[in-house]
Design a protein around this ligand. Structure first.
Ligand SMILES: Cc1cc2nc3c(=O)[nH]c(=O)nc-3n(C[C@H](O)[C@H](O)[C@H](O)COP(=O)(O)OP(=O)(O)OC[C@H]3O[C@@H](n4cnc5c(N)ncnc54)[C@H](O)[C@@H]3O)c2cc1C
Length: 454
């Protein structure tokens, strides 16, 4: 029997492979580079566990922790250290504690917002007035910026909407699609007339935990997120080929490798970023390749530093900070990794990281290592008064890695489905969710759909 060929060995491709293996369907996973994991990368050095990109994944979307349990990794899951859950926002050059009772940008507890130093008085009143703003949904798409301005006002967009909500997608809020990224907010507006009202009601009857669901909102693995990739690699090894870039896919399901080899496939799951997918697919459909090349990307970078705790001006008492739009800094955000998750730094040391790039400062990703390290140190000195030299530093660049879900993204997905033959599935972060859980789900669904028709 011909195999299903999976192109790309990131978490989406590996989840697809795992599902096919469970179903007893023959498959072959082809990865262009010499390692699996794609955007999941963990560096373990000198007792530090340093994440290059993802450091944890959401538990309310259950597909990633459920996969971990299936793989026997249930005991290896580690929750975030919620006793020190403080999150700060950099505004006006100062770190302000996120107001008590905020659910992202929704002020469920008005007293918490009123006591906060983060917003102006007018900004607070405008946010609290959200309960009285009539439902303005049209049944169509709109940008995140338009939505937040409408419901909570301009200041909420600048201080929380852009850094927190668009920040999850490393996106420009003026172009980010509400329908594709926060559809439940549109639903709440439509059903309750207000997000604040809807969330207050939801707080009184929270959804019960699924069997086996971790208690924290985010989890990682004891040895870092890459432990999931290593475990999948060990279980799937015989059917994985590294250093095997695919060059093109033919309309008759033949997969052509750059090495000149051809593989007759029963079906194909493409999980590469869209620029690569667009290059693979003109032979299947010129329109499909054209649609794929219309999906934009944005670049980012992370810089991690390990310090001796005694060298820091104070403890890292929170999960980190985000940066209000228009702040005169190149930082996008900072994670205080050794507070957020256990085991990220050896005893007596602390680990933190900062994010650069994004739509405002994308060119920073092209700075040399020396320049990027100097910029990160200067910014941390300014914001956190850190003057000490780190004992370890790591840089990870993510060029064109953040796929943009722009207004109209759901129509674009419908077009892609129409333009794809039944034996071809596109899955992964460019399409129906960028988080690891959504990638796992997409990989597994693609595997199930192909298993049904081959
Ligand atoms: C900085 C950053 C931080 C993030 N933080 C989080 C987080 O905290 N939590 C979370 O849940 N998510 C996070 N994400 C998102 C998440 O990590 C990604 O969306 C996810 O890992 C993408 O997986 P994927 O398999 O779809 O794609 P990728 O990881 O991009 O994998 C695609 C693979 O295809 C291979 N490939 C490309 N071309 C070819 C070819 N021609 N032939 C064969 N192989 C090819 C590539 O080498 C790569 O291995 C973050 C992302 C970034 C960039």
């Amino acid at each position: 029997m011909k195999p299903v060929v999976i192109v790309g060995g990131g978490i989406t491709g590996l989840a697809a492979a795992w599902d096919l293996q469970q179903q007893g369907v023959p498959f072959l996973l082809l990865e262009a580079s010499d390692r699996l994991g794609g955007k999941i990368r963990t560096d373990r050095s000198e007792g530090f566990i340093i994440e290059g990109a993802a450091d944890s994944f959401l538990t309310v979307k259950p597909w990633a922790w459920q996969l971990c349990r299936e793989l026997g990794l249930g005991d290896r899951l580690v929750g975030t250290n919620d006793k020190q859950r403080n999150v700060f926002v950099l505004r006006g050059g100062k770190l302000h504690l996120m107001p008590r009772g905020m659910r992202l940008m929704v002020p469920v507890d008005p007293a918490g917002l009123l006591e906060s130093s983060l917003f102006s008085e007018e900004g607070k009143q405008r946010m609290l007035a959200e309960t009285a703003i009539p439902d303005g949904t049209t049944g169509g798409d709109e940008s995140l910026a338009s939505f937040v301005r409408r419901r909570f006002g301009e200041e909420a967009l600048e201080v929380l909407g852009e850094p927190l909500l668009a920040g999850i997608h490393t996106a420009d809020p003026e172009t980010l699609s509400m329908e594709a990224t926060f559809p439940h907010y549109l639903e709440m507006e439509h059903s309750h007339g207000s997000l604040t009202t809807a969330m207050r009601q939801a707080e009184t009857s929270p959804a019960p935990l699924l069997p086996g669901q971790p208690r924290t909102a985010f989890v990682s693995l004891q040895n870092g997120v890459y432990e999931l990739i290593e475990t999948l690699q060990a279980r799937l090894d015989a059917h994985i080929r590294l250093n095997s870039p695919v060059e093109k896919i033919g309309a008759d399901t033949t997969v052509y490798l750059a090495s000149g080899e051809k593989i007759e496939a029963a079906g194909v799951i493409v999980t590469t970023p869209t620029a690569q997918a667009a290059r693979l697919l003109p032979g299947v459909s010129a329109e499909l390749a054209q649609t794929l090349s219309g999906i934009r990307t944005i670049s980012s970078a992370t810089v991690s530093f390990g310090y001796r705790e005694e060298d820091l001006p104070g403890p890292l008492d929170g999960f980190g900070f985000v940066v209000a739009a228009n702040e005169p800094t190149h930082l996008l955000a900072s994670t205080w990794s050794s507070t957020k998750l256990p085991g990220r730094a050896p005893a007596g040391y602390a680990l933190l990281r900062v994010f650069f790039g994004g739509h405002r400062h994308e060119a920073d990703v092209n700075l040399s290592d020396e320049q990027l390290l100097a910029l990160a140190k200067a910014e941390l000195r300014q914001v956190m008064n850190i003057k000490a030299e780190p004992v370890i530093s790591r840089i990870f660049r993510w060029r064109n890695a953040n796929q943009q879900y722009e207004v109209g993204h759901l129509s674009l997905l419908a077009r892609l489905r129409q333009q794809s033959p039944a034996w071809l599935r596109l899955a992964g972060s460019p399409y129906e969710g960028v988080g690891i859980p959504a990638c796992v789900l997409q990989g597994r669904e693609a595997a199930k759909q192909l298993a049904e028709i081959i």
